[in-house]
Design a binder for this molecule. Structure first.
Ligand code: NDP
Length: 254
């Protein structure tokens, strides 16, 4: 039987990048996947089509995050779309993946940059969880996508790093709070991963530098992260909670 058969998952930012790979992987293993997006409806439709072409089930959910009421907008859209699928209400797996970066040193971070990054990367997951707890079934899974940047110092992305450090503590505290319900909560922390979040990846010297930071000498692929998320979301990972799991390909080990 498929690992996630009979389960419903919501992947925020499931339309592109790491979230797309997570959506595809969970769907390939039997989950009905809500592919959330904020702006690019075509990308979400494309990911849903890819999943269906693989024999899986998925549907898009739109909600811009980082704006007032975002969590309620998301859950209202989710509930409605799920009902349209003739699926039971509620979910088993929540992946807080949507995020934005702030590629600036402290000298150059504006108040707007700072507020926006915290609104999307930290506040949105917090209230998505808060408003989602009544929907998440006992025995469920919450996976927060963090970053290797909370393990070592990265001054060029200091504000971004702080948003993810706060998310790591959400993971720890929630794991304790939700244990009695059999819900695990973990952070999965990618390193340099090939997506559209970092446009400098198009520059050959920078690609080379990031690739050689990994002990495996290459950039991460979104699927490298998705495989770990799928494990953490599975029954096999039932005894793992409150953890920060490095998925960086061994960058900056010492
Ligand atoms: P991408 O930029 O490739 O994709 C981001 C996804 O999030 C898209 O689906 C996008 O949808 C959605 N999103 C972004 N902003 C919003 C918003 N305001 N409202 C709703 N949805 C939004 O990013 P990655 O796949 O690279 O990143 C995914 C996660 O992984 C992020 O949390 C990131 O911080 C983390 N990460 C990434 C690393 C990397 O090297 N790639 C390294 C470490 C961590 P839309 O465009 O439609 O809004």
């Amino acid at each position: 039987p498929l690992r996630h058969a009979g389960r419903t998952a919501l992947v925020t930012g499931g339309s592109r990048g790491i979230g797309r790979a997570v959506s595809r992987r969970l769907a390939r293993e039997g989950a009905l996947v809500a592919v959330h997006y904020g702006h690019d409806a075509e990308a979400a439709e494309r990911t849903v089509k890819e999943i269906e072409a693989d024999g899986g089930r998925a549907f898009p959910v739109h909600a811009e995050l980082g704006v007032p009421g975002d969590a309620d907008t998301l859950w209202t859209a989710f509930d409605r779309a799920l009902a349209a699928q003739d699926a039971a209400p509620g979910l088993d797996i929540l992946v807080n993946n949507a995020g934005i970066t702030v590629p600036r040193t402290i000298a150059n971070v504006t108040e707007d940059d700072y507020d926006r990054a915290f609104a999307v990367n930290t506040k949105a997951p917090f209230f998505i969880v808060q408003r989602g707890l009544g929907r998440l079934r006992d025995g469920g899974r919450i996976v927060n996508i963090s970053s290797v940047a909370t393990r070592v110092a990265f001054p060029p992305i200091i504000a971004y790093t702080m948003t993810k450090a706060a998310l790591d503590y959400l993971t720890l505290a929630l794991a304790q709070e939700l244990g009695p319900r059999g819900i695990t909560v973990n952070s999965v922390a990618p390193g340099y991963t090939e997506t559209e979040i970092n446009p400098t990846l198009a520059i050959p010297e920078i690609r080379q530098r990031y690739a050689s930071a990994s002990v495996f000498g290459r950039l991460g692929a979104p699927a490298d992260i998705a495989d770990v998320v799928s494990f953490v979301a599975s029954d096999e990972a039932r005894w793992v909670t409150g953890q920060w799991i490095d998925t960086s390909g061994g960058v900056h080990l010492g």
